[in-house]
Ligand binder design. Structure first.
Ligand code: C5P
Length: 242
C-alpha cells in the first residue's frame, strides 16, 4: 500500500506531498482547537464539510478572478492544491465587530462597522499570532509593498463577493481570516489565496435570528456545533448525502 508522505500537521489539517510536481494534498481533520490550542476537541464530520465548503468558495472566487491555490477536490476529506510559500501574515476582514476586536477595544459584539476593516496578524503560534500593522509587515519584509497592496485589494473583493453570497442564503458574514501564498515561476512570483475558507475561520450569523453558525459555537461551548456546520453546507448546496 502506498502511503502519502506527510509534510506538515496543523491544528485542523494535514498536508501531504501531492500526486503531481508542485502540488500538495490538504487533508481536513475533525480536530478543533481554540484560544491558540488551549482548548481542544473534535467536531464530528467537520473535515468533510470544510473540504466541501472550501472547494465551493475557492471555485466561486476563481470565477470572479481571484487566483487561488485550489486545483480540485480528491475525495471527501482531501483536496489537491498548488504548493506555495505562505506569506506569514493572517489577514482578517471585519464587517461587524466581534471576537478579539470587541474585547480589545471594549466594543459591543454585533456593532456594524462603518466600513470593512482589514487587520494583519503575524503567523507565530508561540507568540499567539499578534496583531501587527502594515508598517510591521513592510519593515520586517513579510510582504513587499506591491504584495501588500494586492493582498488588501483581493481581501476586500473577496469580502464584497462573499458578503453577497452569504446574504443570499440568509447569513451575515461578520468576519473571516485569509492566508495568501506565493507561486514561483522562474524569478517571478504570483500571489494566490491559500489555506481554506470554512466556518472554522469565519463568523457567520443567521440573518434573522443572529444565531452563530461557526466555530464560536465550539469556542464558547454553545452546543449544536456539528449542526451549525451542516446547516452552512446545506444552505451553500454542498452538504454531502449521508
Ligand atoms: O478572534 P478574532 O475575532 O480575531 O477572529 C477574527 C476572525 O478570524 C474569526 O472569523 C476567526 O474565526 C478567524 N481566525 C482564524 N484563525 C486565527 C484567528 C482568527 O481563522 N488564528
Amino acid at each position: 500500500m502506498s502511503r502519502k508522505r506527510p509534510i506538515y500537521e496543523g491544528k485542523a489539517k494535514v498536508l501531504y506531498e501531492g500526486t503531481e510536481p508542485g502540488t500538495i494534498i490538504q487533508y481536513f481533520k475533525d480536530d478543533a482547537t481554540a484560544f491558540n490550542a488551549q482548548k481542544r476537541g473534535t467536531i464530528a464530520g467537520k473535515g468533510v464539510l470544510n473540504n466541501m465548503i472550501t472547494e465551493f468558495v475557492m471555485s466561486r472566487l476563481a470565477e470572479i478572478g481571484i487566483p487561488t491555490h485550489f486545483i480540485r477536490r480528491l475525495n471527501m476529506r482531501e483536496q489537491l492544491v498548488r504548493k506555495v510559500e505562505i506569506v506569514p501574515i493572517e489577514v482578517v476582514v471585519r464587517n461587524i465587530c466581534a471576537g478579539s476586536m470587541a474585547k480589545r477595544l471594549g466594543l459591543e459584539e454585533g456593532m456594524k462597522l462603518p466600513r470593512p476593516i482589514v487587520e494583519f496578524y503575524y503567523k507565530d503560534d508561540d507568540l499567539g499570532d499578534p496583531l501587527v500593522s502594515d508598517e510591521h509587515v513592510l519593515a520586517l519584509g513579510w510582504a513587499s509593498p506591491e504584495e501588500l497592496e494586492e493582498i488588501v485589494g483581493y481581501s476586500l473583493r473577496i469580502n464584497d463577493y462573499l458578503c453577497g453570497l452569504m446574504r443570499g442564503i440568509g447569513l451575515k458574514l461578520v468576519d473571516f481570516k485569509l492566508e495568501f501564498g506565493r507561486l514561483f515561476d522562474n524569478e517571478f512570483s504570483q500571489l494566490v489565496l491559500a489555506d481554506e475558507f470554512s466556518p472554522d475561520n469565519c463568523r457567520l450569523w443567521d440573518a434573522i435570528t443572529n444565531e452563530k453558525m461557526d466555530k464560536d459555537r465550539f469556542r464558547r461551548d454553545l452546543g449544536g456545533v456539528e449542526e451549525a456546520y451542516q446547516e452552512v453546507a446545506r444552505r451553500l448546496g454542498v452538504l454531502p448525502e449521508s
